[in-house]
Design a protein around this ligand. Sequence first.
Ligand code: HEC
Ligand code: HEC
Ligand code: HEC
Ligand code: HEC
Length: 169
Amino acid sequence: MKIKQDPGKSLISKKSLLLITLALLLVLVAHLPSQGNEQNGQIIYVGSLACRDCHPEEYANFITYAKKSTSFQSIEKQMRHLTPDEIKQCYPCHTTGYGQPGGFISLEETPHLKNAGCEVCHGPGAEHARTADPETIIGNMGKKDCEVCHISERVKAFKYKPLIHGGAH
Ligand code: HEC
Ligand code: HEC
Ligand code: HEC
Ligand code: HEC
């Protein structure tokens, strides 16, 4: 006797194949966060909000007092006088990590990095935010690190010592 293929059975096997594929995808996605802290082998930026839960005091002071925490507004204020190319020239100083791996790209793609946040001073923090290991974040910085943005033309008298805490927390 000829055994007919049961069309119902093959349908079920297709379904289970789909389920297995979905399960595999889920496993993959579940593993992403632990690897998502790097891009091309370099630590990426996560934005100031990611620091809040573990450093509530620094976060609150920063949001309340530091102009950096609203530095994108300074661009927006002048936007209508600027060409798109000129606007991009503000990004290296007024946003977080522009032009660097996992840094600010655009308002649409990376809204969490639009202001100059904790990481402009402490460096990209994805690895530290995941591990809470103090070895993975810059704890101490110097005048040189500020002068990347606080260049002489912009700030005639940038006095480092009294200001080291002024722009932070
Ligand atoms: C899951 C918790 C956690 C998150 C999220 C976190 N940190 Fe930390 N951080 C710690 C712990 C724990 C220490 C070590 C104890 C301490 O100094 O408070 C630390 C220490 C630090 C230090 C001091 C490092 C040193 O050399 O002593 C800095 C600076 C810092 N964190 C900045 C940040 C920034 C910026 C972010 C956000 C990008 C962040 N942290 C996110 C837990 C966290
Ligand atoms: C990625 C660029 C960048 C770096 C690095 C940087 N700053 Fe700033 N800082 C800014 C910008 C942009 C503003 C102005 C924000 C605005 O008003 O829009 C600012 C503002 C300030 C102010 C003005 C007062 C206030 O309330 O914020 C102080 C003080 C300051 N920064 C100190 C520092 C110090 C100290 C360092 C180094 C430890 C530093 N900054 C590193 C970009 C930077
Ligand atoms: C080389 C880094 C750098 C670039 C590029 C840059 N800024 Fe700034 N900007 C700063 C710093 C640093 C300050 C803070 C000066 C201070 O308070 O001492 C600042 C301050 C400002 C302020 C004054 C905010 C206030 O409350 O006084 C405005 C507005 C501003 N920037 C707009 C812009 C715009 C628009 C662009 C792009 C066309 C731009 N900046 C490009 C570093 C930069
Ligand atoms: C303008 C640069 C700057 C910015 C922006 C900044 N910090 Fe800091 N931060 C510093 C400096 C400088 C120190 C070291 C202070 C010292 O050596 O006494 C420090 C120290 C710390 C420490 C160690 C403990 C302490 O308070 O001394 C933590 C934690 C920290 N910062 C978290 C943050 C977080 C979270 C943010 C954002 C919400 C932030 N920082 C934004 C400059 C900055």
